[in-house]
Design a protein around this ligand. Structure first.
Ligand code: FES
Length: 379
């Protein structure tokens, strides 16, 4: 039996009655048909171009944060909208192309079939396959090479665009190299070439630099601080004269660096001054016995669960609370988790007082990565 006969037989056996079955283009090769073909191809082409544009933006657009004071800021602002726009257009192109093709080129069929129970017989299966093959033929896709090519291009680029997201981070992993100062291993507290990094408060104006002295905090108080990299003199030590000028606003400063210090997500640190009676009960972590300065303890503000800011310090119980999923950390026991989903302690910053100026500074970066777990993390 050939396919047409199988088709008819299948219809009869399944009690399918074709009420309407019209070819949308009974006269082949008309101008209208060509126009419809080009319209479908245009949508698939749009999908392809947008998919390629998405990959281009994803790989090469300047995505790193640029402060509003820079003339490159607008480029940074466009990154996320462009990703959304290009991927959205690609999805739209594929979707509209497929719907349009079905509307313009598939035969308009209205069929009525009686329902019956149980599995299909062998003959039913054969006729069903014949139906599918026939539908493929009658869709005329085989002879519409412009649509075939553009659909392949559109769907291919769209597929690549969706694969670029998960694959991109495997191809270029900025956190693999533990010496990369912008990777997850280090924070803005990293001191390079012996420079001194002081504790700075956020005054609300990124241009105003205010450093913290121990006497600035009452017992039981907590303040969020950020790194300030002091200028160096020719012998590699702190250039105190220049630093005082920067604090007074009379010396030139690197505005980008000042701004970045307040914005970098792993920079915020909680500086806590314990009450003297609580300080006597402190249990220190092995290897971090000298990380505090007197009653002053500095812990990262980035929660070890999922990275929210652990902004709440309860003076009475000495607990640090994360508002996201209610993890609690004990400030008297090296900020170890005592409640909630967090399983790792908050990283502690080693601090000391600069004898020349009396300002608090960080003796080094954290001795472990801050925030939640990631693949390469061992601790
Ligand atoms: S992010 Fe802090 S508890 Fe989940």
């Amino acid at each position: 039996m050939d396919r047409d006969q199988l088709l008819k037989l299948g219809g009869k056996l399944d009690e399918v009655e074709l009420v309407e079955y019209t070819d949308p283009w009974p006269v082949k090769g008309t101008k209208a048909e060509k126009r419809a073909e080009r319209a479908v191809a245009a949508w698939f082409t749009l999908a392809g171009l947008s998919g390629l544009a998405f990959i281009g933006v994803f790989l090469w657009w300047p995505w790193e944060y640029v402060p509003a004071t820079s003339d490159q800021h607008w480029l940074y602002l466009l990154y996320t909208p462009l990703l959304g726009l290009t991927l959205g257009l690609s999805i739209l192109g594929v979707g509209v192309g497929v719907v349009m093709y079905a509307k313009k080129f598939l035969p308009h069929e209205v069929a009525v079939q009686q329902r019956h129970d149980g599995p299909s017989a062998e003959i039913d299966r054969q006729t069903f396959v014949a139906h599918l093959a026939d539908a493929g033929d009658r869709s005329t896709i085989a002879r519409r090479s412009i649509i075939k090519r553009s659909a392949l291009f559109g769907a291919g680029a769209f597929g690549l665009a969706t694969a670029a997201l998960p694959l991109g981070s495997l191809i270029h992993n900025p956190h693999k190299d533990s010496t990369n100062k912008n990777g997850l291993w280090h924070t803005g507290w990293l001191a390079e070439d012996g420079e001194r990094v002081f504790l700075r408060r956020d005054t609300g104006d990124p241009h105003v630099i205010e450093l913290v002295k121990p006497e600035d905090l009452d017992a039981g108080a907590m303040e969020t601080v950020f790194p300030f990299h002091a200028p160096k003199n020719s012998s590699g030590g702190v250039d105190y004269a220049k630093m005082e000028g920067m604090l007074a606003g009379t010396e030139r400063v690197d505005e980008h660096e000042l701004f970045e210090a307040l914005r970098r997500s792993d920079n915020p640190v909680m500086l806590i001054r314990l009450r003297p009676e609580d300080a006597k009960r402190v249990i220190k972590h092995q290897g971090q016995e000298d990380y505090n300065f007197g009653d002053f303890y500095a812990y990262t503000k980035i929660c070890s669960h999922l990275g929210c800011p652990t902004s709440l310090y309860e003076q009475r119980t000495n607990r640090i609370l994360c508002p996201c999923h209610q993890s609690q950390f004990d400030a008297l026991q090296y900020a170890k988790p005592i409640f909630g989903p967090a399983t790792r302690k908050l990283a502690q910053l080693p601090i000391q007082v600069d004898t020349e100026t009396g300002y608090l500074y960080a003796r080094s970066d954290f001795n472990e990565a801050v925030g939640p777990a990631f693949w390469e993390r061992k601790s």
